[in-house]
Design a binder for this molecule. Sequence first.
Ligand code: NAD
Length: 451
Amino acid sequence: MNITIIGTGYVGLVTGVSLTVLGHKVICVGRDPKKIRSINVGKAPFYEPGLEKLLKKSIAKKLLIATDNLENSVKTSDISIIAVGTPTVNNKIDLSFIEKASEQIGLALKNTEKYHVVVVKSTVVPMTTETVVKSALEKSSRKKIGQFGLCMVPEFLREGQAVKDALNPDRVVIGAIDAKSAEIFSKIYKKIKSPQIITNLRTAEMTKYAANALFATLISYSNEIAGICEAVEGIDAVDVWNGVHLDKRLSPTIGKKRIKPGILNFILSGCGYGGSCFPKDTKSLASFSDSLKLPTQIIRNVIDVNERQPERVIMLLKKAIGSLKNKKIAVLGLAFKPKTDDMRESPAFPVIKILLKEQANVVAHDPVSYKQGVPRELEELHISLAKDVKEAIGGADAVVIITAWGEYKRLTPTVLKKHMKTPVIIDGRRILSKDKFLKEGVMYKGIGFSA
Ligand code: NAD
Protein backbone atom coordinates (compact mmCIF):
# COMPACT_ATOMS: atom_id res chain seq x y z
CA MET A 1 0.00 0.00 0.00
CA ASN A 2 1.04 3.62 -0.46
CA ILE A 3 0.98 5.42 2.85
CA THR A 4 1.56 9.06 3.82
CA ILE A 5 2.60 9.88 7.36
CA ILE A 6 2.18 13.44 8.58
CA GLY A 7 4.74 14.24 11.28
CA THR A 8 8.31 12.98 11.30
CA GLY A 9 8.80 12.81 15.07
CA TYR A 10 9.28 9.73 17.26
CA VAL A 11 5.94 8.18 16.28
CA GLY A 12 5.77 9.31 12.65
CA LEU A 13 9.25 8.24 11.57
CA VAL A 14 9.28 4.97 13.53
CA THR A 15 5.84 4.09 12.12
CA GLY A 16 6.96 5.02 8.61
CA VAL A 17 10.11 2.92 8.75
CA SER A 18 8.33 -0.09 10.26
CA LEU A 19 5.61 0.05 7.59
CA THR A 20 8.30 -0.24 4.91
CA VAL A 21 9.54 -3.39 6.66
CA LEU A 22 6.00 -4.75 6.15
CA GLY A 23 6.38 -4.02 2.43
CA HIS A 24 4.51 -0.70 2.13
CA LYS A 25 5.71 2.43 0.32
CA VAL A 26 5.84 5.38 2.67
CA ILE A 27 6.07 9.14 2.26
CA CYS A 28 6.91 10.98 5.47
CA VAL A 29 5.66 14.55 5.46
CA GLY A 30 7.50 16.99 7.70
CA ARG A 31 7.88 20.74 8.09
CA ASP A 32 11.52 21.13 9.01
CA PRO A 33 13.74 21.13 5.86
CA LYS A 34 16.80 20.04 7.92
CA LYS A 35 14.95 16.99 9.26
CA ILE A 36 13.64 16.13 5.78
CA ARG A 37 17.14 16.26 4.30
CA SER A 38 18.47 14.16 7.15
CA ILE A 39 15.80 11.45 6.70
CA ASN A 40 16.39 11.34 2.94
CA VAL A 41 20.08 10.56 3.45
CA GLY A 42 19.22 7.82 5.94
CA LYS A 43 20.10 9.73 9.10
CA ALA A 44 17.53 9.62 11.88
CA PRO A 45 16.99 13.12 13.31
CA PHE A 46 16.73 11.69 16.85
CA TYR A 47 18.18 8.77 18.78
CA GLU A 48 16.17 5.56 18.80
CA PRO A 49 17.92 2.16 18.91
CA GLY A 50 17.74 0.27 15.60
CA LEU A 51 15.94 3.07 13.73
CA GLU A 52 18.78 4.41 11.63
CA LYS A 53 19.80 0.98 10.34
CA LEU A 54 16.28 0.26 9.09
CA LEU A 55 15.85 3.80 7.75
CA LYS A 56 18.99 3.42 5.62
CA LYS A 57 17.62 0.16 4.19
CA SER A 58 14.22 1.69 3.42
CA ILE A 59 15.83 4.65 1.66
CA ALA A 60 18.15 2.37 -0.33
CA LYS A 61 15.17 0.23 -1.44
CA LYS A 62 13.28 3.42 -2.35
CA LEU A 63 10.47 2.44 -0.01
CA LEU A 64 10.60 5.66 2.02
CA ILE A 65 11.07 9.31 1.19
CA ALA A 66 10.55 12.47 3.21
CA THR A 67 9.04 15.65 1.80
CA ASP A 68 7.23 18.82 2.81
CA ASN A 69 4.69 18.41 -0.01
CA LEU A 70 1.66 17.10 1.84
CA GLU A 71 -0.75 17.57 -1.05
CA ASN A 72 1.16 15.45 -3.56
CA SER A 73 1.88 12.79 -0.96
CA VAL A 74 -1.78 12.42 0.01
CA LYS A 75 -2.89 12.37 -3.63
CA THR A 76 -0.56 9.47 -4.43
CA SER A 77 -1.38 7.44 -1.30
CA ASP A 78 -4.18 5.08 -0.20
CA ILE A 79 -3.92 6.01 3.46
CA SER A 80 -2.76 9.10 5.40
CA ILE A 81 -1.66 8.69 9.00
CA ILE A 82 -1.63 11.75 11.25
CA ALA A 83 1.25 11.53 13.76
CA VAL A 84 1.65 15.17 14.77
CA GLY A 85 2.18 16.41 18.32
CA THR A 86 -0.69 16.93 20.78
CA PRO A 87 0.95 18.93 23.59
CA THR A 88 -0.84 20.38 26.58
CA VAL A 89 -1.16 24.13 26.87
CA ASN A 90 -2.37 25.39 30.26
CA ASN A 91 -2.99 21.73 31.23
CA LYS A 92 -5.39 21.27 28.30
CA ILE A 93 -4.78 19.36 25.07
CA ASP A 94 -3.74 21.58 22.16
CA LEU A 95 -5.36 20.19 19.01
CA SER A 96 -4.13 22.90 16.65
CA PHE A 97 -1.56 20.64 14.90
CA ILE A 98 -4.22 17.94 14.45
CA GLU A 99 -6.70 20.43 13.04
CA LYS A 100 -4.17 21.96 10.66
CA ALA A 101 -3.01 18.55 9.39
CA SER A 102 -6.65 17.45 8.87
CA GLU A 103 -7.40 20.63 6.93
CA GLN A 104 -4.35 20.11 4.72
CA ILE A 105 -5.30 16.48 4.02
CA GLY A 106 -8.85 17.58 3.20
CA LEU A 107 -7.58 20.12 0.68
CA ALA A 108 -5.57 17.39 -1.04
CA LEU A 109 -8.61 15.08 -1.09
CA LYS A 110 -10.73 17.75 -2.73
CA ASN A 111 -9.33 17.03 -6.16
CA THR A 112 -8.82 13.27 -5.92
CA GLU A 113 -11.14 10.61 -7.23
CA LYS A 114 -9.51 7.72 -5.37
CA TYR A 115 -10.99 6.47 -2.07
CA HIS A 116 -8.64 7.42 0.77
CA VAL A 117 -8.56 6.53 4.47
CA VAL A 118 -7.38 9.11 7.01
CA VAL A 119 -5.99 7.69 10.24
CA VAL A 120 -5.32 9.53 13.50
CA LYS A 121 -2.39 8.01 15.36
CA SER A 122 -1.64 10.98 17.61
CA THR A 123 -3.03 10.72 21.13
CA VAL A 124 -6.27 12.72 21.22
CA VAL A 125 -9.03 13.01 23.82
CA PRO A 126 -12.29 11.13 23.12
CA MET A 127 -14.46 12.57 20.35
CA THR A 128 -11.62 14.57 18.74
CA THR A 129 -11.57 12.39 15.62
CA GLU A 130 -15.30 12.59 15.05
CA THR A 131 -15.51 16.31 15.76
CA VAL A 132 -12.28 18.23 15.04
CA VAL A 133 -10.72 15.85 12.49
CA LYS A 134 -13.90 14.85 10.65
CA SER A 135 -15.21 18.40 10.35
CA ALA A 136 -11.87 19.79 9.16
CA LEU A 137 -11.61 17.02 6.58
CA GLU A 138 -15.20 17.40 5.36
CA LYS A 139 -15.00 21.18 5.24
CA SER A 140 -11.77 21.45 3.29
CA SER A 141 -12.36 18.45 0.99
CA ARG A 142 -16.02 19.33 0.36
CA LYS A 143 -16.67 15.61 0.66
CA LYS A 144 -18.59 13.57 3.20
CA ILE A 145 -17.56 10.53 5.22
CA GLY A 146 -18.21 7.57 2.95
CA GLN A 147 -16.40 9.36 0.11
CA PHE A 148 -13.32 8.90 2.27
CA GLY A 149 -12.66 6.73 5.35
CA LEU A 150 -11.63 7.64 8.90
CA CYS A 151 -9.90 5.64 11.64
CA MET A 152 -8.31 6.33 15.02
CA VAL A 153 -5.52 3.91 15.79
CA PRO A 154 -3.72 4.85 19.03
CA GLU A 155 0.01 4.25 19.23
CA PHE A 156 1.44 2.31 22.16
CA LEU A 157 5.13 2.22 21.23
CA ARG A 158 7.70 2.98 23.92
CA GLU A 159 10.67 5.21 23.17
CA GLY A 160 13.88 3.26 23.62
CA GLN A 161 12.30 0.17 22.04
CA ALA A 162 10.02 1.90 19.57
CA VAL A 163 11.10 -0.03 16.47
CA LYS A 164 10.59 -3.38 18.20
CA ASP A 165 7.19 -2.24 19.49
CA ALA A 166 6.08 -0.90 16.12
CA LEU A 167 6.96 -4.17 14.38
CA ASN A 168 5.56 -6.37 17.10
CA PRO A 169 2.73 -4.46 18.79
CA ASP A 170 0.96 -6.06 21.77
CA ARG A 171 -2.30 -5.22 20.03
CA VAL A 172 -3.65 -3.00 17.28
CA VAL A 173 -6.72 -1.05 18.40
CA ILE A 174 -8.60 0.14 15.32
CA GLY A 175 -11.30 2.69 15.97
CA ALA A 176 -13.23 3.17 12.74
CA ILE A 177 -16.08 5.35 11.57
CA ASP A 178 -17.38 2.54 9.32
CA ALA A 179 -16.61 -1.04 8.33
CA LYS A 180 -14.91 -0.08 5.05
CA SER A 181 -12.38 2.18 6.80
CA ALA A 182 -11.55 -0.58 9.32
CA GLU A 183 -11.18 -3.20 6.61
CA ILE A 184 -8.78 -1.08 4.56
CA PHE A 185 -6.68 -0.03 7.54
CA SER A 186 -6.39 -3.55 8.95
CA LYS A 187 -4.75 -4.65 5.66
CA ILE A 188 -1.68 -2.59 6.62
CA TYR A 189 -1.00 -4.97 9.48
CA LYS A 190 -1.99 -8.21 7.78
CA LYS A 191 1.59 -9.56 8.10
CA ILE A 192 1.57 -8.92 11.85
CA LYS A 193 0.14 -11.58 14.15
CA SER A 194 -0.80 -9.21 17.00
CA PRO A 195 -4.46 -9.24 18.10
CA GLN A 196 -6.63 -6.57 16.51
CA ILE A 197 -9.50 -4.88 18.29
CA ILE A 198 -11.99 -3.19 16.01
CA THR A 199 -14.06 -0.59 17.80
CA ASN A 200 -15.47 2.90 17.41
CA LEU A 201 -13.37 6.07 17.26
CA ARG A 202 -13.99 7.31 20.80
CA THR A 203 -13.29 3.93 22.43
CA ALA A 204 -9.94 3.77 20.60
CA GLU A 205 -9.11 7.29 21.80
CA MET A 206 -10.04 6.44 25.40
CA THR A 207 -8.06 3.17 25.38
CA LYS A 208 -4.80 5.09 24.99
CA TYR A 209 -5.55 7.44 27.91
CA ALA A 210 -6.72 4.61 30.15
CA ALA A 211 -3.46 2.75 29.48
CA ASN A 212 -1.15 5.71 30.10
CA ALA A 213 -3.06 6.89 33.16
CA LEU A 214 -2.82 3.38 34.63
CA PHE A 215 0.98 3.31 34.31
CA ALA A 216 1.31 6.85 35.65
CA THR A 217 -0.93 5.92 38.59
CA LEU A 218 1.23 2.92 39.49
CA ILE A 219 4.35 5.12 39.43
CA SER A 220 2.85 7.82 41.66
CA TYR A 221 1.39 5.22 44.02
CA SER A 222 4.87 3.65 44.32
CA ASN A 223 6.36 7.08 44.97
CA GLU A 224 3.81 7.91 47.64
CA ILE A 225 4.69 4.67 49.44
CA ALA A 226 8.40 5.57 49.00
CA GLY A 227 7.76 8.88 50.79
CA ILE A 228 6.42 6.99 53.81
CA CYS A 229 9.45 4.64 53.70
CA GLU A 230 11.82 7.65 53.66
CA ALA A 231 10.17 9.11 56.73
CA VAL A 232 10.62 5.98 58.86
CA GLU A 233 14.20 5.06 59.69
CA GLY A 234 15.18 1.60 58.56
CA ILE A 235 12.54 1.03 55.86
CA ASP A 236 13.80 0.69 52.31
CA ALA A 237 11.20 0.86 49.51
CA VAL A 238 13.34 -1.44 47.34
CA ASP A 239 12.93 -4.27 49.86
CA VAL A 240 9.24 -3.41 50.25
CA TRP A 241 8.64 -3.71 46.49
CA ASN A 242 10.61 -6.98 46.31
CA GLY A 243 8.18 -8.36 48.86
CA VAL A 244 5.17 -7.00 47.00
CA HIS A 245 6.33 -8.17 43.55
CA LEU A 246 6.61 -11.77 44.72
CA ASP A 247 2.85 -12.02 45.11
CA LYS A 248 1.94 -14.67 42.54
CA ARG A 249 -0.85 -12.45 41.24
CA LEU A 250 1.87 -9.98 40.21
CA SER A 251 4.60 -12.42 39.21
CA PRO A 252 3.06 -15.80 38.45
CA THR A 253 4.93 -19.08 38.27
CA ILE A 254 4.84 -20.83 34.93
CA GLY A 255 6.19 -24.35 35.29
CA LYS A 256 9.01 -23.85 37.78
CA LYS A 257 9.87 -20.40 36.50
CA ARG A 258 8.85 -17.15 38.15
CA ILE A 259 7.69 -14.66 35.52
CA LYS A 260 8.56 -10.99 36.04
CA PRO A 261 5.92 -9.09 34.06
CA GLY A 262 6.81 -5.65 32.66
CA ILE A 263 4.11 -4.05 34.80
CA LEU A 264 6.43 -4.48 37.82
CA ASN A 265 8.70 -1.80 36.33
CA PHE A 266 5.96 0.69 37.13
CA ILE A 267 5.63 -0.53 40.74
CA LEU A 268 9.01 0.84 41.80
CA SER A 269 10.03 4.11 43.38
CA GLY A 270 12.00 6.82 41.60
CA CYS A 271 12.21 10.53 40.90
CA GLY A 272 9.02 10.52 38.84
CA TYR A 273 7.74 9.95 35.33
CA GLY A 274 8.50 12.28 32.43
CA GLY A 275 8.58 12.11 28.67
CA SER A 276 6.26 13.24 25.94
CA CYS A 277 3.30 11.10 27.01
CA PHE A 278 2.48 10.44 30.70
CA PRO A 279 2.71 14.08 31.91
CA LYS A 280 0.67 15.56 29.08
CA ASP A 281 -1.77 12.66 28.73
CA THR A 282 -2.69 12.63 32.43
CA LYS A 283 -3.25 16.40 32.30
CA SER A 284 -5.30 16.19 29.08
CA LEU A 285 -7.41 13.40 30.53
CA ALA A 286 -8.07 15.36 33.73
CA SER A 287 -9.12 18.49 31.82
CA PHE A 288 -11.25 16.41 29.43
CA SER A 289 -12.96 14.93 32.46
CA ASP A 290 -13.50 18.45 33.85
CA SER A 291 -15.23 19.35 30.60
CA LEU A 292 -17.67 16.50 31.35
CA LYS A 293 -18.14 17.93 34.87
CA LEU A 294 -16.60 14.78 36.36
CA PRO A 295 -14.00 15.11 39.13
CA THR A 296 -10.85 13.05 38.52
CA GLN A 297 -9.50 12.76 42.05
CA ILE A 298 -7.10 9.89 41.37
CA ILE A 299 -5.55 11.33 38.22
CA ARG A 300 -5.17 14.81 39.76
CA ASN A 301 -3.30 13.29 42.71
CA VAL A 302 -1.16 11.16 40.38
CA ILE A 303 -0.05 14.38 38.67
CA ASP A 304 0.47 16.14 41.98
CA VAL A 305 2.61 13.35 43.49
CA ASN A 306 4.70 13.24 40.33
CA GLU A 307 5.30 16.97 40.29
CA ARG A 308 6.56 16.82 43.88
CA GLN A 309 9.14 14.06 43.23
CA PRO A 310 11.95 16.44 42.11
CA GLU A 311 11.59 18.31 45.42
CA ARG A 312 12.03 14.99 47.22
CA VAL A 313 15.34 14.46 45.42
CA ILE A 314 16.48 17.90 46.64
CA MET A 315 15.26 17.14 50.16
CA LEU A 316 17.42 13.98 50.25
CA LEU A 317 20.36 15.94 48.89
CA LYS A 318 20.02 18.64 51.56
CA LYS A 319 19.72 16.00 54.23
CA ALA A 320 23.07 14.68 53.04
CA ILE A 321 25.08 17.87 52.48
CA GLY A 322 23.10 20.75 54.00
CA SER A 323 23.14 24.04 52.09
CA LEU A 324 23.59 23.75 48.34
CA LYS A 325 25.10 27.21 47.89
CA ASN A 326 28.33 27.07 45.84
CA LYS A 327 28.37 23.27 46.01
CA LYS A 328 29.21 21.37 42.86
CA ILE A 329 26.41 18.92 42.08
CA ALA A 330 26.73 16.36 39.30
CA VAL A 331 23.37 15.49 37.72
CA LEU A 332 23.58 12.17 35.91
CA GLY A 333 20.96 11.76 33.19
CA LEU A 334 18.90 14.32 31.28
CA ALA A 335 16.74 12.05 29.10
CA PHE A 336 13.44 11.10 30.72
CA LYS A 337 14.43 7.44 30.54
CA PRO A 338 17.35 5.38 29.21
CA LYS A 339 17.86 4.53 25.51
CA THR A 340 16.32 7.78 24.26
CA ASP A 341 17.52 11.34 23.76
CA ASP A 342 14.04 12.66 24.56
CA MET A 343 14.24 15.17 27.41
CA ARG A 344 10.62 16.34 27.24
CA GLU A 345 9.30 16.76 30.81
CA SER A 346 12.32 14.95 32.23
CA PRO A 347 12.54 15.28 36.04
CA ALA A 348 16.14 16.46 35.43
CA PHE A 349 14.82 19.94 34.57
CA PRO A 350 12.89 20.71 37.78
CA VAL A 351 15.78 19.22 39.80
CA ILE A 352 18.33 21.40 37.99
CA LYS A 353 16.13 24.50 38.31
CA ILE A 354 15.89 24.06 42.10
CA LEU A 355 19.64 23.45 42.33
CA LEU A 356 20.33 26.67 40.42
CA LYS A 357 17.87 28.60 42.55
CA GLU A 358 19.76 27.40 45.60
CA GLN A 359 22.97 28.67 43.95
CA ALA A 360 24.59 25.31 43.38
CA ASN A 361 27.05 24.79 40.50
CA VAL A 362 25.54 22.15 38.25
CA VAL A 363 27.44 19.84 35.93
CA ALA A 364 25.18 17.50 34.02
CA HIS A 365 25.88 14.41 31.96
CA ASP A 366 23.83 12.34 29.55
CA PRO A 367 25.24 9.81 27.08
CA VAL A 368 23.02 10.83 24.13
CA SER A 369 20.88 13.92 24.60
CA TYR A 370 23.52 16.48 23.54
CA LYS A 371 25.71 14.22 21.44
CA GLN A 372 24.47 15.66 18.11
CA GLY A 373 24.63 19.27 19.32
CA VAL A 374 23.35 21.07 22.41
CA PRO A 375 19.54 21.48 22.25
CA ARG A 376 18.05 24.89 23.03
CA GLU A 377 16.47 23.81 26.31
CA LEU A 378 19.93 22.91 27.65
CA GLU A 379 21.61 26.02 26.26
CA GLU A 380 19.13 28.15 28.18
CA LEU A 381 20.18 26.64 31.52
CA HIS A 382 23.31 27.96 33.24
CA ILE A 383 24.94 24.57 33.65
CA SER A 384 28.04 22.79 32.34
CA LEU A 385 27.66 19.68 30.24
CA ALA A 386 30.28 17.01 30.88
CA LYS A 387 31.77 14.90 28.10
CA ASP A 388 31.76 11.81 30.32
CA VAL A 389 30.78 10.65 33.80
CA LYS A 390 34.26 11.14 35.26
CA GLU A 391 34.31 14.77 34.16
CA ALA A 392 30.84 15.27 35.70
CA ILE A 393 31.67 13.78 39.09
CA GLY A 394 35.23 15.23 39.28
CA GLY A 395 35.49 17.41 42.40
CA ALA A 396 31.72 17.18 43.03
CA ASP A 397 30.16 17.57 46.48
CA ALA A 398 27.34 15.21 45.51
CA VAL A 399 26.02 13.14 42.62
CA VAL A 400 22.32 12.90 41.79
CA ILE A 401 21.13 10.09 39.50
CA ILE A 402 18.09 11.01 37.42
CA THR A 403 18.12 8.52 34.52
CA ALA A 404 18.75 4.76 34.86
CA TRP A 405 21.36 4.62 32.07
CA GLY A 406 23.45 1.40 32.06
CA GLU A 407 26.71 3.29 32.57
CA TYR A 408 25.45 4.83 35.82
CA LYS A 409 24.55 1.35 37.08
CA ARG A 410 28.24 0.49 36.76
CA LEU A 411 29.41 3.31 39.09
CA THR A 412 31.42 1.96 42.02
CA PRO A 413 32.28 3.33 45.48
CA THR A 414 35.96 3.37 44.43
CA VAL A 415 35.26 5.61 41.43
CA LEU A 416 33.19 8.03 43.54
CA LYS A 417 35.81 8.18 46.28
CA LYS A 418 38.61 8.71 43.76
CA HIS A 419 36.99 11.55 41.76
CA MET A 420 34.54 13.36 44.03
CA LYS A 421 35.35 15.97 46.65
CA THR A 422 33.04 14.16 49.05
CA PRO A 423 31.49 10.80 48.11
CA VAL A 424 27.76 11.51 48.41
CA ILE A 425 25.19 9.98 46.08
CA ILE A 426 21.44 10.51 45.76
CA ASP A 427 20.05 7.63 43.77
CA GLY A 428 16.88 8.93 42.12
CA ARG A 429 16.27 5.62 40.35
CA ARG A 430 17.48 3.11 42.94
CA ILE A 431 19.86 1.49 40.48
CA LEU A 432 22.84 1.05 42.81
CA SER A 433 23.38 -1.39 45.67
CA LYS A 434 22.79 0.68 48.80
CA ASP A 435 24.64 -1.80 51.03
CA LYS A 436 27.77 -1.84 48.86
CA PHE A 437 28.06 1.96 48.81
CA LEU A 438 27.31 2.42 52.52
CA LYS A 439 29.79 -0.33 53.47
CA GLU A 440 32.55 1.37 51.51
CA GLY A 441 32.07 4.75 53.13
CA VAL A 442 29.88 6.53 50.56
CA MET A 443 26.97 8.56 51.89
CA TYR A 444 24.09 6.95 50.00
CA LYS A 445 20.49 8.15 49.94
CA GLY A 446 17.79 7.28 47.46
CA ILE A 447 14.10 7.66 46.80
CA GLY A 448 12.44 5.34 49.31
CA PHE A 449 15.45 5.22 51.67
CA SER A 450 16.93 8.13 53.55
CA ALA A 451 18.49 6.80 56.77
P1 NAD B 1 6.99 14.77 18.01
O1 NAD B 1 6.87 16.13 18.59
O2 NAD B 1 8.28 14.03 18.13
O3 NAD B 1 6.63 14.82 16.45
C1 NAD B 1 5.53 15.49 15.92
C2 NAD B 1 5.98 16.05 14.57
O4 NAD B 1 4.83 16.51 13.84
C3 NAD B 1 6.91 17.25 14.69
O5 NAD B 1 8.11 16.93 14.00
C4 NAD B 1 6.15 18.39 13.99
O6 NAD B 1 6.99 19.26 13.28
C5 NAD B 1 5.26 17.60 13.03
N1 NAD B 1 4.09 18.32 12.52
C6 NAD B 1 3.15 19.01 13.21
N2 NAD B 1 2.22 19.49 12.37
C7 NAD B 1 2.57 19.09 11.13
C8 NAD B 1 2.01 19.27 9.83
N3 NAD B 1 0.90 19.97 9.64
N4 NAD B 1 2.65 18.74 8.78
C9 NAD B 1 3.78 18.03 8.94
N5 NAD B 1 4.36 17.81 10.14
C10 NAD B 1 3.75 18.34 11.21
O7 NAD B 1 5.81 13.93 18.63
P2 NAD B 1 5.77 12.36 18.90
O8 NAD B 1 6.48 12.03 20.14
O9 NAD B 1 6.12 11.64 17.63
O10 NAD B 1 4.20 12.17 19.20
C11 NAD B 1 3.23 12.32 18.18
C12 NAD B 1 1.90 11.88 18.76
O11 NAD B 1 1.95 10.49 19.12
C13 NAD B 1 1.47 12.61 20.03
O12 NAD B 1 0.09 12.76 20.04
C14 NAD B 1 1.91 11.66 21.15
O13 NAD B 1 1.14 11.82 22.30
C15 NAD B 1 1.64 10.32 20.50
N6 NAD B 1 2.46 9.23 21.05
C16 NAD B 1 3.80 9.43 21.29
C17 NAD B 1 4.57 8.38 21.76
C18 NAD B 1 6.04 8.57 22.07
O14 NAD B 1 6.62 7.70 22.73
N7 NAD B 1 6.68 9.64 21.62
C19 NAD B 1 3.98 7.13 21.99
C20 NAD B 1 2.64 6.96 21.71
C21 NAD B 1 1.88 8.02 21.23
